[in-house]
Design a protein around this ligand. Structure first.
Ligand SMILES: Cc1cc2nc3c(=O)[nH]c(=O)nc-3n(C[C@H](O)[C@H](O)[C@H](O)COP(=O)(O)OP(=O)(O)OC[C@H]3O[C@@H](n4cnc5c(N)ncnc54)[C@H](O)[C@@H]3O)c2cc1C
Length: 325
């Protein structure tokens, strides 16, 4: 029997979307390899039986609840290592996100286990799992199998789809474990949402993405106006978030988010490979760039060569006129 243990991260009384996706994926995979999907949650008193039990809606049969400081990787490593030692799960699965990457790496070191990071798909092969990981700037896929007793799989952001599996509530079991001394060396001072983090970039049907061609932070107002008129959200390149023109939460690409909206309008973006990998699956890509040789035109459905300072306001006006607003 090969059970799968999924780390479910929560914040302010709700589970993180990528964690729910991982529980759904873990449930599907566990049934394919003849096991069960278990979840582990780490935190304080807000982890009520009721909240933990909701993970059953996504297919978890059991939830291991560990009382420990939240938001830090090491306590989660301690808790997961204990759950795996006591219950013998064969795989640990994480949805995308930095904390999961940190925990996955720590758990791999602790257990001497193999780890696959930035995974985009997981497949069942008999009673074993193999993971697909894009490599070489997403131009090729490597397939990873595990020789260790436990295999650790960290999904890429949004790699796993959330699917409700019914209305069963999961059994909740408290984990009896001790924090290692090094897990007590750091404390969480403050936790807050980054500006722009409330915008659902991954869920938006329309994204107006801005790059260095917007000239300065204020240039983003042009993108915001158009996004508002279209009922979409604003995204950005790494160059502009690094420059402080727009929040990191809006970054698309290799080290940012991966999106696939119906319309991706790229304004003043050159189309570097590291940006392309985060948006190339968009249904329609429209690019505005003053350089006719900009690489973005090579993978755009529609290209407009010109100055975005003139084109964006006109587009916004046209959309508003069409919508009668
Ligand atoms: C390890 C690594 C990871 C990275 N990860 C990411 C990532 O996740 N996401 C990401 O985006 N980048 C990432 N990058 C950076 C990436 O390589 C590019 O540097 C970045 O995407 C460029 O951003 P840009 O298109 O905004 O700027 P630029 O490349 O400077 O392009 C600006 C464009 O605007 C056009 N322009 C200028 N003025 C106007 C105007 N008035 N009207 C119309 N067009 C105009 C120019 O012709 C140009 O094509 C990464 C790089 C590395 C090395």
């Amino acid at each position: 029997m090969a059970d799968i243990l999924v780390y479910a991260l929560h914040y302010e009384g709700a589970f993180n979307k990528n964690s729910l996706g991982a529980v759904s994926e873990g449930t599907k995979l566990a049934s394919a390899i003849g096991g069960e999907c278990h979840a582990v949650v780490v935190g304080g008193d807000d982890l009520t039986d009721e909240l933990c039990g909701t993970l059953g809606n996504y297919g978890a049969t059991k939830v291991f609840r560990a009382k420990a400081p939240e938001g830090l990787a090491q306590p989660v490593v301690d808790a997961m290592a204990k759950v795996i030692a006591d219950n013998g799960q064969s795989y640990a699965l994480f949805g995308g996100g930095l904390l999961g990457f940190e925990v996955g790496a720590g758990l791999a070191a602790r257990l001497g286990a193999g780890v696959a990071m930035e995974v985009t798909a997981v497949n069942a092969d008999g009673d074993k799992l193999t993971a697909e990981r894009p490599i070489l700037g997403d131009s090729a896929i490597s397939e990873i199998s595990f020789r260790s007793d436990v295999g650790i799989i960290n999904g890429r952001l949004n790699a796993f789809e959330t699917q409700a599996a019914g209305s069963d509530t999961a059994a909740v079991e408290d984990v009896d474990f001790e924090l290692s001394s090094h897990a007590q060396q750091a404390t969480m001072k403050q936790r807050g949402e980054q500006r722009g983090a409330d915008v659902d970039i991954e869920g938006a049907d329309v994204l107006v993405a801005g790059g260095r061609g917007l000239g300065k932070a204020e240039g983003f107002e042009l993108a915001e106006d158009l996004a508002k008129a279209l009922g979409g959200a604003v995204a950005a390149t790494r160059a502009v978030v690094d420059a402080g023109w727009y929040p990191y939460a809006a970054q698309i690409g290799q080290t940012g988010k991966t999106v696939a909206p119906k319309l991706y309008l790229a304004a003043g973006i050159s189309g570097a490979i590291q940006h392309k990998v985060g948006m190339q699956s968009s249904e329609n890509i429209v690019a505005i760039n003053k350089d006719a040789n900009a690489p973005i035109f090579e993978f755009s459905d529609l290209g407009i060569v010109g100055d975005l300072n003139k084109i964006l306001p006109k587009l916004t006006e046209a959309v508003k006129a069409k919508k009668g607003s």
